[in-house]
Design a protein around this ligand. Structure first.
Ligand code: HGY
Ligand code: MN
Ligand code: MN
Length: 420
């Protein structure tokens, strides 16, 4: 393969431009799925797709695609690269966006170098990967992979009471294509690690071989409102206190475990939420994750048992609602080895690793050979405006992706002359 590299300044420029779309008056970046700010982000990305000469396509759940067939048979199974551009609240600029824009940069660089892929190349920006407004997370890629019916996805009601289908139509991204309309021969996702491993070991590239299981629940605790000043402690049915006990139970259990299990309570609300009223209701979310499915199930069972005990001890009623549940995923060994070879060819040290975060790749692995490439996250920080990866590390990751794509799809493909 002749030496070709991406246009690093174009990639970094687009990253920073997209990173400015969706900032509020205080400069906080939030582009929740199907919101006005995400529409603006989608419009920018679709514009860059067109600028690069890619055909733009949108499916019924708003998944956005840039397609380049070159001289290849447009009906041949494509190689798909991508990630997402929706964000969490008060986000950084790299999570997801780096993968979409690096994928575009790879395709555009190949196109500009007049390379002739043996199959179409597709850049994907999947809907609602973060799952902050609509659960579950990775919703767009889950539907694309056949794991959730389109109608059920469109009927999803968000944390703000809106319906996903109506919001996609409102922002003009309720597309005509059936999710899954392009059946990829493989899917590659380049992403920031969002954890501390690569930076701690001084490595520029991670070859992601697996991704941990995710369990999301909503817990509702019903107690009894009462006067904060007149109600003796022994007579309280305090939903707020019961919720606090769950938070410490989860934290202490995960921290005491030698396993990599992680537990997070990210959202909590009290009712009536008044300084002098004992909370009658507490509603909160539980995010449990573990690379081992059996252990994750044990953690879910331990929480359920604790909630049963707590309800009796505190005189409250506790109900739970499943928001998302995905088993751990093992990525394609062949592609993982290819990441390692591509990194080595660029003189970049690399290690195999597990993804602690969820990604669209975990859904695409259901329908085609899939793997991920990680680049370091400064301080291991993500889902935080301080999220950062050094420019040279971002460009290095994009060049590894470029080399992998070329090896997979350049006319003649691999030794056996097939694209994949
Ligand atoms: O929650 C996750 O791991 C991902 O950011 N959606
Ligand atoms: Mn992400
Ligand atoms: Mn994320």
């Amino acid at each position: 393969m002749t030496g070709l590299s991406v246009d690093g300044s174009r990639l970094l420029g687009r990253l920073h431009t997209l990173g400015e779309i969706g900032r509020d008056k205080d400069g906080r970046l939030t582009r929740l799925a199907a919101s006005d700010s995400e529409k603006a982000g989608r419009d920018a990305v679709a514009g860059w797709f067109r600028e690069a000469g890619l055909e733009v396509a949108v499916d019924r759940v708003g998944n956005l695609f840039g397609i380049w067939s070159g001289d290849a048979d447009a009906n041949a199974a494509p190689l798909m690269l991508g990630s997402h551009i929706d964000t969490v609240i008060n986000a950084g600029i790299y999570d997801g966006c780096y993968g979409v824009l690096a994928a575009l940069e790879v395709v555009q660089s190949m196109k500009e170098a007049a390379l002739t892929p043996a199959c179409p190349l597709v850049v994907a920006a999947f809907t609602n990967e973060e799952g902050v407004r609509y659960a579950p997370d990775m919703l767009g890629s889950l539907v694309y992979a056949g794991g959730l019916a389109v109608e059920d996805a469109l009927a999803t009601i968000g944390t703000d009471g809106t319906q996903l289908g109506e919001e996609l139509a409102r922002i003009g991204y309720a597309g005509p294509h059936e999710p899954g309309f392009l059946r990829p021969r493989a899917y590659l996702e380049l992403h920031i690690e969002q954890g501390p491993v690569l930076e701690r070991e001084g490595l520029p590239i991670g070859a992601v071989e697996n991704l941990q299981g995710i369990s999301w629940q909503r817990v509702i605790i019903e107690g009894r409102a009462n006067h904060a000043g007149t109600t003796p402690m022994s007579m309280r049915q305090d939903a707020g206190h019961a919720a606090a006990r769950v938070v410490t139970f989860l934290r202490d259990r995960a921290a005491a475990s030698n396993a990599p299990t992680v537990a997070t309570v990210g959202c909590m609300a009290f009712e009536p939420n008044a300084i002098n009223v004992i909370p009658s209701r507490a509603t909160f979310t539980v995010d449990l994750r573990d690379p081992d499915e059996a252990r994750l199930q044990r953690e879910e069972a331990a929480l359920a048992a604790y909630l049963d005990e707590l309800a009796v001890a505190e005189g409250v009623t506790i109900t739970t609602e499943r928001l998302a549940r995905f088993e751990p995923v093992i990525f394609d060994r062949g592609i993982v080895e290819q990441v390692e070879r591509a990194a080595a060819r660029r003189g970049l040290r690399c290690r195999r690793m597990t993804s602690g975060a969820g990604h669209d790749a975990q859904m695409m692995a259901r329908i085609c050979p899939t793997a991920m490439i990680f680049v370091p996250s400064k301080g291991g920080v993500s889902h935080n405006p301080e999220e950062h990866t050094a420019p040279d590390e971002l460009v290095a990751g994009a060049n590894v992706l470029l080399d992998m794509v070329r090896e997979l799809v350049e006319a003649g493909g691999d030794k056996r002359g097939r694209c994949w």
